[in-house]
Every structure is written in structure tokens, then in C-alpha cells.
Design a protein around this ligand. Structure first.
Ligand code: GLP
Length: 262
């Protein structure tokens, strides 16, 4: 069954657009330009947003563009990819607080328009269903921004035999807990689970922008864009999406042939 699905997807593969930038600063600038252009041409766009250290430069540059009057986010609707579970929204390590600090507040996105999964919901399954409904009601995601884990995860869709299509509760892999422990005092403080959009939720976005920076992401990027479609590298399934741009800096793109964009 799994192989049939992969064969079907492989038949529809459209080359991913790859943009290799000199360094993290140019990567952030180019990514910010793409997001800003999307919002300038559709001020009521629905954006899917990511956390992690990679999009920090993107959020910083977008905030600067807002301050300079180049773009306004007052009418956009946003949906965050994922959230730890269990975690309260008041916890400084929650993705809710991350977004509030680094983007929603400085970009002027009101609480009513900024959606994220509730990491302290009593009923995780219900919260996930409700999130899918809210995305549908908003008309679907126009542009989904993604980072990538060193193991090829997107959102918190971890490598494995199976992937879930819709938003769901997931146990985090040891690798992800170790990688994310840098944001916590100690690894034991990282919640062992998370709520995440599923790969299907991500694939329904009309356009996808995946960002990666640094040599530690190079192998995951190579497998994402050049490897076979496999649930062992969840990001590789993006090859079956018709409109994906992968923006990387030189280090993250070191296994891909191609020259740097200016
Ligand atoms: C976390 C997030 C992902 C993110 C990844 C990479 O696990 N759930 O959405 O892409 O980390 O993070 P970083 O950008 O810090 O390398």
C-alpha cells in the first residue's frame, strides 16, 4: 500500500525550485522578500508559519519592512505549524510565546488572526480536528513557511514507517529532543510530545517555502530535493507538491550543484 502511494506520488514529481544564497543574511532577506511580495499582492493572505532558529532572520526582516511601510500584516491570517505538548501558552519556551515575541506583535498581527495549536488543551485530538477546521474555514493556506529538522522532519512530522496526513499528536524522537534542548535549561525539560500539522495539511498549502541554514542541514536538504520520496525523510514528500521553493545558504546547499544567487 505504502509503495503504491509513493509510486503514485513519484509520477507527479515536479522539480523543486532551489535558491542557494551566500549566507544566512541573504537567505533571510530573500525569504522576507518572497513573503512580503505575497502579502503585498494579497493583503488578506493566509500564511502558515514556522518556529525554530532558522526563520528568526525572516521575521526580523519582515518586521523591518513593516516599520518602513513596505508591507502590512494587519489583514493576514496565520497558522502555526506546531506546538509542544503539554505546554502552557505562558511558558517562555512555548512556540506561542516565540511567535508573539518574534513576529505577531512586532508585525502587528492581532491575536484573533494569529492561530496556533493549544499545547495545554485537555483533548489533543479535538484540538487537532478543530485546527484543521479553522484552516479550511480560512480558505486554506496560501504560503507555508517551513524549516527542516536534521532528520528531515517538517513541523514535527518525524521520520518513520508511516506519516499522518492531518494535524495530530506526535511523540518526539530522541534526535529532535536533543536538537531542541538548546532552547531549554536541560534536555529533560523538553516536552516529549507535540501537536503538529500533518504532511497532508502542509501539502495542501498553495505554495511552500522551505528554509535551511548551516552545514548540519546539508544532508537533510540533499535527501529532500534529490533523494527518493520516503517517509524516512518526511520533507522528501514535498517533491510531489507543484509549487515548492527551497531556499538555503551555501552551507546547507553544499551537496546541491548550482551557483549562489546574489
Ligand atoms: C523544530 C520545529 C521545526 C523546525 C525545526 C528546525 O523541531 N518543530 O518546525 O523546522 O525545529 O529548527 P531550527 O530552525 O532551529 O534548526
Amino acid at each position: 500500500m505504502k509503495n503504491l502511494l509513493l509510486e503514485f506520488l513519484c509520477g507527479r514529481v515536479i522539480p523543486i525550485k532551489i535558491v542557494i544564497l551566500r549566507d544566512y543574511e541573504s537567505l533571510s532577506r530573500q525569504a522576507a522578500m518572497l513573503v512580503a511580495k505575497t502579502v503585498r499582492s494579497n493583503p488578506a493572505a493566509v500564511l502558515g508559519l514556522a518556529t525554530g532558529s532558522t526563520p528568526l532572520g525572516l521575521y526580523r526582516d519582515l518586521t523591518e519592512m513593516v516599520q518602513q511601510g513596505f508591507v502590512k500584516f494587519g489583514r493576514v491570517t496565520t497558522f502555526n505549524l506546531d506546538e509542544y505538548y503539554p505546554i502552557t501558552r505562558e511558558n517562555p519556551q512555548s512556540y506561542y510565546q516565540f511567535m508573539q515575541r518574534h513576529f505577531w506583535e512586532p508585525a502587528g498581527i492581532s491575536a484573533a488572526r494569529a492561530h496556533s495549536l493549544k499545547g495545554d488543551s485537555d483533548d489533543a485530538a479535538e484540538e487537532c480536528l478543530h485546527y484543521e477546521q479553522r484552516i479550511r474555514q480560512a480558505g486554506g493556506i496560501d504560503l507555508q513557511v517551513l524549516g527542516i529538522g536534521i532528520n528531515g522532519h517538517i513541523g514535527f512530522n518525524e521520520p518513520g514507517e508511516r506519516l499522518q496526513a492531518e494535524t495530530h499528536l506526535v511523540s518526539l524522537s530522541g534526535e529532535t529532543i536533543a536538537a531542541n534542548s538548546r532552547f531549554f535549561e536541560k534536555a529533560a525539560d523538553v516536552p516529549g510530545m507535540a501537536l503538529t500539522m500533518g504532511v497532508g495539511t502542509i501539502m495542501k498549502a498553495r505554495r511552500i517555502l522551505l528554509l535551511a541554514s548551516g552545514g548540519h542541514k546539508a544532508a537533510a536538504i540533499r535527501e529532500t530535493v534529490r533523494g527518493p520520496l520516503t517517509t524516512a525523510v518526511p520533507a522528501s514528500l514535498l517533491q510531489a507538491h507543484p509549487r515548492v521553493t527551497v531556499m538555503v545558504d551555501r552551507e546547507a546547499g553544499r551537496y546541491l550543484a548550482g551557483r549562489c544567487a546574489p
